[in-house]
Structures are given as structure tokens and as C-alpha cells.
Design a binder for this molecule. Structure first.
Ligand SMILES: *Cc1c(COP(=O)(O)O)cnc(C)c1O
Length: 443
């Protein structure tokens, strides 16, 4: 089908995510992508675009990594799907064992057996991975002697996904407001990334734990990096302090590593930057390398054991595609590629270049402020007034003309490319971002 035909059908029938559809239909000339390879998207006009955000943060090994494609095709040719009820299969069983062996704390002999992340519950995406964690925490307390523990402590600026439970624990006002009456009550504390430092946010966590008495089911956070809030970085010390406080209060820490997990920050899990083992850990996005939707919630042996006994104590929860063999087979191959291609080593080598480039942009481009970087994430804000005030979309347009797909988060311009991005492509990306900022700033 010709490009124009695709756009016509799209504008007549497709409702796009996070998109003001009236303006989109009237004004937007969308990219029509026909294929993708490595860190490039190829469009219907034969142009290529460097995928600066790894296709919404999932494509950490680049598009169509040959080993992932092969794993998918091989698995599809023997078993594409079955339920996981009374049935198991090698991909789900082996992946669970592999995740448990890689989880934070797995290689530290001093972590008690009850605290180890030994159990894996599968679902379809990041939102469901979070939803599962919320329900596990709530049900654990309901049936283990603390029925009053029904509230979660959450962070301002947090993003945990789109379902109503995940929205309830989210802290981005724009995504919450309209659904306010449908959301459950939480105790929201300031973001540790806000001015005033993490200590102020932590003091609020401590206060909420103290004043909440026996009502707190857990604290949920994106360790070290709040992604959707605009790549807001904060000190690992905050995560450590929250871990100590939740242990002291004997309540749960839920780490949402849907974005940070599997190397984005340079560590395998961002929890490791803080040296903590959470009670529940949510994974999706990179887990299936951008090939298909797949999620997993890792639970400690303690959480798991709280569901044993009478049948009525079971977790009555599950999605049609729980543990889907295609997703599990691809996820296993993702983990194998990380190991064989030393992806974390690659990030360690490239991260200083990302950091230096974003620092330079803030120094040299008028109106560009707050450079920050960790692992394979670099970001700046367009907060300095002038032409760049509210200029995220001008930067997007300038980048697009240069063959860069660089979608901003409000006034935050950031990159979150494939972790295995080749050196030349990384240079192209960093120069392209700087040039686009300059152009949009009229510099
Ligand atoms: C993207 C994201 C989610 C939601 O994942 P989906 O797969 O989009 O449902 C949850 N938590 C964090 C931290 C995320 O970045």
C-alpha cells in the first residue's frame, strides 16, 4: 500500500496513544515506518531515522536482532501459546529460573532465603507487572494478619503504567486528574529528584510510615530514575534509606524496573546501584527486546509463602497471555545476548560519552538547562526561556528533518537508545541532538 493510503486509513480509524487527535488529524504528517533494523527506522519514502528512544524504551538490543528473531521463529514453529494453568513449558520454567538467578541479591550469600526474589509471575506488559505487585502486596497483608494494610506510599512524578491500579500509584498529575474519582487513595510524598534533595522526600516517607501506623502495604518507586516524569534522576541513597525504613516497619518495597531494568542505567537492575533487594520487582519493556509484549513480577520467597495453605489464599489473578511461550523464549534469548555481547560492559564504555555530550549541550546551547545522564539515558530541559521555552516539539521537528526520531517528554529532550548502539551511530545521535537543539533555539 502507498504511503498516502496508510495515512488516510490511519487518520480515519486509528486512535493514537498520548495524542490530541484533532490536531493530529489536521496537522500531523506521521512517519510511516515500513521496517526497522538495528537502531534505525526506515520509512515509506526510503528515509531512515535514528531511533533515539529505542521505540519507547523497549528496543534495548536494537530492532530485529538476528538472535531474537531466530528465537521467536523457532519457538513459533513448535508452540506459540498455551495457558499457564495446570500447564507449564520449558521457556516459562527456564526463564523464571534465569531471572531468579540474575535478580538483585541473588549472588549475595548474606541475603536471607526469605528475602530472595525466587518467584516469577508472568503477565503482558509493564502496567500489568505493576498491577500484579500491588495485588500481591495487598493480598499478602489481608491474609497474613495485617488486614489494615491497604495503602501505598508513592512518589510525586512516578509513572507506573496505565491500568487503574498503576494510575493510582502514579504521580504525574496530568495522567491522574481526570480519573481521580476512580483511583484508590495513596500517600504521595515529594519526588526525591525535586529541589531540596532526597532527604526531604525521605523524611516524608518516614513520617508516612510512622503516622500511617499499621495501614501501609508498601512503598512503590522507580529506583534512581523516574522516566516518564522527564528522566528525573535521584540519589541511590534514597532507595537505600527507603529499603531500611520499610524493613524496620516490616512493610514491602516494590521496585518498578520496567524502564530501568536490564541495563538502562548501566547496572543490570537500578536497585543494585543502591545495593537493595526489594520484595517485589516489576519487569517488562527490555525484557522481550521490543519483539512482543511481555511482563514479569519477581516476588520474594516471603511474599510467595504468604499465599500457601488453603485454596482461598491463592492469588486469583492471571492474563490470557501469562507466560506466553513466544515472549518467554525471546526473553531468554535477550538475557543470553546481554551475556554473550557484554551489553552492560558496552553501556559502561559508552555512558561517559552520553554524559559529556549532554553537559556540553547545556553549556553551549542558549536556553538548554539541567543536563543529566545515567547509563544510556541523557536529558536536558528547555527551561531557559527564549525561543526554547515550550520548544520540545520544535526540537522534534528539527531532529526529524535530520533523520532523528527524538520524541520529547514535555520540555525534556532526551535519548534512550538501544544499549548496543554502535559507536558511529551514537556519535550521529549525539551530534544530531545538539544540532537540533541549536536549530530550534535559533542559534
Ligand atoms: C512504561 C512503564 C510502565 C508501563 O509499561 P507498559 O508496558 O507501557 O504498560 C510502568 N512503569 C514504568 C517505570 C514504565 O516506564
Amino acid at each position: 500500500m502507498e504511503r498516502a493510503g496508510v495515512v488516510t486509513l490511519d487518520k480515519r480509524h486509528v486512535w493514537h496513544p498520548y495524542t490530541a487527535m484533532e490536531a493530529y488529524i489536521a496537522q500531523t504528517d506521521p512517519l510511516v515506518v515500513v521496517r526497522a533494523e538495528g537502531c534505525y527506522l526506515h520509512d515509506a519514502d526510503g528515509r531512515r531515522y535514528l531511533d533515539a528512544n529505542g521505540s519507547w524504551w523497549v528496543s534495548t538490543l536494537g530492532h530485529r536482532h538476528p538472535r531474537l528473531v531466530r528465537a521467536l521463529v523457532d519457538q513459533a514453529s513448535v508452540l506459540a501459546h498455551t495457558s499457564l494453568a495446570g500447564i507449564t513449558h520449558e521457556p516459562a520454567a527456564r526463564l523464571a529460573a534465569e531471572l531468579a538467578a540474575l535478580a538483585p541479591g541473588a549472588d549475595h550469600p548474606e541475603v536471607p532465603a526469605q528475602q530472595r526474589l525466587t518467584r516469577v509471575f508472568y503477565s503482558d506488559n509493564g502496567s500489568t507487572a505493576v498491577e500484579v505487585a500491588i495485588k500481591m502486596a495487598a493480598q499478602y497483608w489481608a491474609q497474613n494478619g495485617r488486614p489494615g494494610r491497604t495503602r501505598f506510599i508513592t512518589l510525586s512524578g512516578a509513572f507506573h503504567g496505565e491500568t487503574l491500579g498503576a494510575t493510582s500509584v502514579g504521580g504525574v498529575a496530568l495522567f491522574r486528574e481526570v480519573f481521580g474519582p476512580l483511583l484508590f487513595d495513596v500517600v504521595q510524598v515529594p519526588s526525591p529528584a525535586e529541589e531540596g534533595g532526597w532527604e526531604r522526600a525521605f523524611a516524608e516517607v518516614e513520617r508516612a510510615l510512622r503516622e500511617g501506623g499499621d495501614t501501609v502495604a508498601g512503598v512503590i518507586l522507580e529506583p534512581v530514575l523516574q522516566g516518564a516524569a522527564g528522566m528525573q534522576l535521584y540519589a541511590p541513597a534514597f532507595v537505600r534509606a527507603v529499603r531500611e525504613a520499610t524493613r524496620a516497619a516490616d512493610t514491602f518495597l516494590i521496585a518498578d524496573e520496567v524502564f530501568t531494568g536490564l541495563g538502562r542505567t548501566g547496572a543490570r537492575f537500578a536497585c543494585e546501584l543502591a545495593g537493595v533487594v526489594p520484595d517485589l520487582l516489576c519487569l517488562a519493556k527490555a525484557l522481550s527486546g521490543g519483539l512482543l509484549p511481555f511482563g514479569a513480577t519477581l516476588a520474594s520467597e516471603r511474599v510467595f509463602s504468604g499465599f500457601l495453605g488453603e485454596r482461598s489464599r491463592a492469588l486469583y489473578y492471571g492474563h490470557s497471555y501469562c507466560g506466553n511461550p513466544l515472549g518467554a523464549a525471546v526473553a531468554r534469548e535477550v538475557l543470553a545476548v546481554y551475556r554473550d555481547e557484554d551489553v552492560l560492559g558496552q553501556v559502561a564504555r559508552k555512558a561517559p560519552r552520553v554524559k559529556a555530550a549532554f553537559e556540553r549541550m547545556a553549556e553551549t546551547v542558549p536556553g538548554v538547562v539541567r543536563p543529566r545522564a545515567i547509563g544510556m539515558v541523557g536529558a536536558v530541559d528547555l527551561g531557559g526561556g527564549g525561543y526554547l521555552a515550550h520548544g520540545g516539539w520544535r526540537v522534534y521537528e528539527a531532529a526529524r528533518r535530520r533523520g532523528l526520531y527524538l520524541r520529547p517528554l514535555g520540555d525534556t529532550v532526551y535519548i534512550s537508545p538501544a544499549l548496543n548502539i554502535p559507536d558511529e551511530a551514537l556519535e550521529e545521535l549525539l551530534h544530531g541532538v545538539e544540532a537540533s537543539l541549536r536549530e530550534a533555539a535559533g542559534d
